[in-house]
Design a protein around this ligand. Structure first.
Ligand SMILES: C[S@@+](CC[C@H](N)C(=O)[O-])C[C@H]1O[C@@H](n2cnc3c(N)ncnc32)[C@H](O)[C@@H]1O
Length: 159
C-alpha cells in the first residue's frame, strides 16, 4: 500500500509551517473543533500528525491518527519519539477502516477530496458514522468542492 504522499511527505510536513496554514487553516480548524479537553478523537488522513499532536497538546485524552502513506506515518512516529504525546497511529486506507472504536470527534482535514466516486464518499461516511459516539461530531476542512476528483489522484492507493 502506498500513495504519492510518500514522495512528498517531508515537503508536506514543512508546508504546515507556512503562515497561511498556521494563521488561517489551523486557526479556523481549531475554532471549528472547539474545546477538545477530555475528548477522544479519530483523525482520518492524519498525514504526518500535525493536527493529531495539536489535539493532544490541547487536552484530548485519546487521539488516533489513520493514514494511508507509510512515509507520513513514519514522520508522525518520529515526532512521537521526539516528543511523546501519546498519539496512536494506524497505517490504513480509510476506505478499509471499519469500526475501530467510539469517539467524541471524528475529524478529517483534506480527506474527502480524494474520493473518486460517490460510492467511495458514502463508504467513508459510513466509517465515520460507525466510529462516532451517539451525539459525537464529525468536523472536516477541505479543498474547494468544485475542483474535479481527477485533480486529487495523488492521494489514492496504488493497490
Ligand atoms: C493534504 S494531506 C493532509 C494531511 C493532514 N490531514 C493535514 O491536514 O496535515 C492529505 C493526506 O490524506 C492521505 N490520504 C488520502 N487518501 C487516503 C485514504 N484513502 N486513507 C487514508 N489516508 C488518505 C494522504 O496520504 C495525505 O497524507
Amino acid at each position: 500500500m502506498a500513495t504519492d504522499y510518500d514522495t512528498i511527505a517531508q515537503q508536506y510536513k514543512k508546508s504546515k509551517e507556512l503562515p497561511f496554514r498556521l494563521h488561517i487553516e489551523t486557526y479556523t480548524y481549531l475554532n471549528l473543533l472547539g474545546d477538545v479537553t477530555g475528548k477522544s478523537i479519530l483523525d482520518l488522513a492524519c498525514g504526518e500528525g500535525f493536527y493529531s499532536r495539536e489535539f493532544k497538546r490541547k487536552g484530548a485524552t485519546r487521539v488516533i491518527g489513520v493514514e494511508i502513506s507509510e512515509k507520513m506515518i513514519e514522520l508522525a512516529t518520529q515526532e512521537e519519539a521526539r516528543e511523546s504525546l501519546g498519539v496512536e497511529y494506524i497505517l490504513s486506507d480509510v476506505l478499509e477502516l471499519g469500526k475501530i472504536g467510539s469517539f467524541d470527534l471524528v475529524v478529517a482535514s483534506y480527506l474527502l477530496n480524494y474520493c473518486q466516486t460517490p460510492e467511495q464518499a458514502l463508504k467513508i461516511c459510513q466509517h465515520i458514522f460507525a466510529n462516532l459516539k451517539p451525539g459525537g461530531r464529525f468536523v472536516t476542512i477541505n479543498n474547494n468542492s468544485e475542483q474535479s476528483p481527477a485533480s486529487y489522484l495523488l492521494g489514492t492507493s496504488k493497490k
